[in-house]
Design a protein around this ligand. Structure first.
Ligand SMILES: Cc1ncc(COP(=O)(O)O)c(C=O)c1O
Length: 375
């Protein structure tokens, strides 16, 4: 039996009636934009995360971009992040008018390396005003939170804003604190394949800061609080009522789905832990990952992917080419060797099937297939 990388229809079987009710309620009320369903979802999600505010937006990319603007990032600023993230993180930086900077990642976790961040900040703050960043975006990649204590301590030392990219980390915790509660704000994506996925594009920003929440609520809605009176120039970045309704049906299942993902991750970890040609992504004991993606590294990555494909097992790569080497960022002036850890990871990584409905039996099939590979 072929094993898909992700199987969303399987997730919808048990929820179908409730999800269909969302559509019929929307048709009956014709309340497609904003309204009580969006408000209810924002309350549900802020309670789930444990943040004071959640502001629904059109997608995770808007969540990042509008959060940066709401936090005061402006044209000419610099924002530092990691090169091994999805391009939305850096699109948000440039589209907020700021310049993109990178620091390399810890090779064990693939997350922002606080030591490299410290060295970068030391260097930048010994230069001119224009060299200095105003914000940091740690990315909770694959569902594991970045080392927030170290990052927040540096942010305090240098008076920087911190925006968590929590697009892959719904329900993850770091030293008992939830992803989405640690920075000045956090951006979540509800792209359908995420741990909590909408039936299209959707996103949210969480924050404990009322001023950021208020600004965001205006920015996502053309900069208005009162219709047709625009305090600032915003955009059309609202969360649709159908998406919010869909997400409200799914949210109560998220913790259970994350647990099922963790069981699969544990099975993968114990099967691959001692294999000398596989390098696992280390998850720190103080972190509870949302297990959005299960990524292994191997020097034989391409042959392994081909072998799995021949055995009917779908895989992915998140992400094969680090952002500093992408054609669209050639103007930033980075080259091969600029961020060696992100580059090595990109060349060796492979994402195995990981979704709650995969189940242990099919995970074992994936394991057997990986172990049957010989380079
Ligand atoms: C790390 C990361 N940041 C940002 C995003 C952007 O989210 P969206 O696709 O909802 O715009 C994604 C998801 O695609 C992501 O994985």
């Amino acid at each position: 039996m072929a094993i898909p990388f992700l199987d969303l229809p399987a997730q919808h079987v048990a929820l179908k009636q409730e999800l269909m009710r969302v559509f019929s309620d929307a048709l009956d009320s014709a309340g497609f934009i904003g309204g009580p369903v969006v408000k209810d979802f924002e309350e549900d999600f802020s309670a789930f995360v444990g943040a004071k505010y959640a502001v629904g937006v059109a997608n995770g990319t808007d969540a990042l971009r509008l959060a940066l603007i709401a936090m005061g990032v402006k044209a000419g600023d610099r924002v530092v992040t990691v090169p091994n993230t999805f391009i939305a993180t850096t699109e948000a930086i440039s589209q907020a008018g700021a310049k993109i900077d990178f620091v390399d990642v810890d090779p064990d976790t693939c997350l922002m390396d606080p030591n490299r961040l410290e060295a970068y900040l030391k260097r930048k703050f010994s230069g001119t005003q224009a060299d200095r960043p105003s914000a940091i975006i740690p990315v909770h990649l694959y569902g594991q939170c970045a080392d927030m204590d170290a990052i927040l301590s540096l942010a305090r030392q240098y008076n920087l804003i911190v925006l968590e990219d929590a697009a892959q980390a719904h329900g993850a915790t770091y030293k008992g604190k939830a992803a989405g509660t640690m920075g000045h704000a956090a951006a979540f994506s509800f792209y359908p394949g995420k741990n909590l996925g909408a039936c299209g594009d959707a996103g949210v920003v969480t924050t404990n800061d009322p001023a950021i929440a208020e600004k965001l609520a205006m920015l996502r809605d053309h900069g208005q609080k009162t219709k047709y009176y625009h305090a600032v120039e915003g955009c059309n970045g609202r969360l649709d009522a159908i998406q919010a309704g869909f997400l409200r049906v799914k949210l109560p299942h998220l913790a259970m789905w994350n647990n099922l993902r963790r069981q699969i991750a544990e099975a993968y970890d114990s099967a691959f832990g001692d294999i000398d040609w596989i390098r696992l992504v280390k998850v720190h004991p103080y972190n509870v990952s949302s297990c959005h993606l299960y990524v292994i590294h191997s020097r034989h990555r391409d042959q392994l992917q081909e072998h799995l494909k021949n055995n009917g097992i779908a895989t992915g790569m998140h992400y094969p080419l680090p952002l500093h080497l992408q054609k669209c960022y050639a103007h930033l002036g980075f080259k091969h060797g600029s961020f060696p850890e992100a580059e090595r990871s990109g060349a060796e990584l492979l994402s195995l099937p990981m979704f709650p409905e995969l189940g242990i039996d099919r995970a074992r099939q994936v394991i057997d297939s990986v172990l049957a590979f010989s380079a």
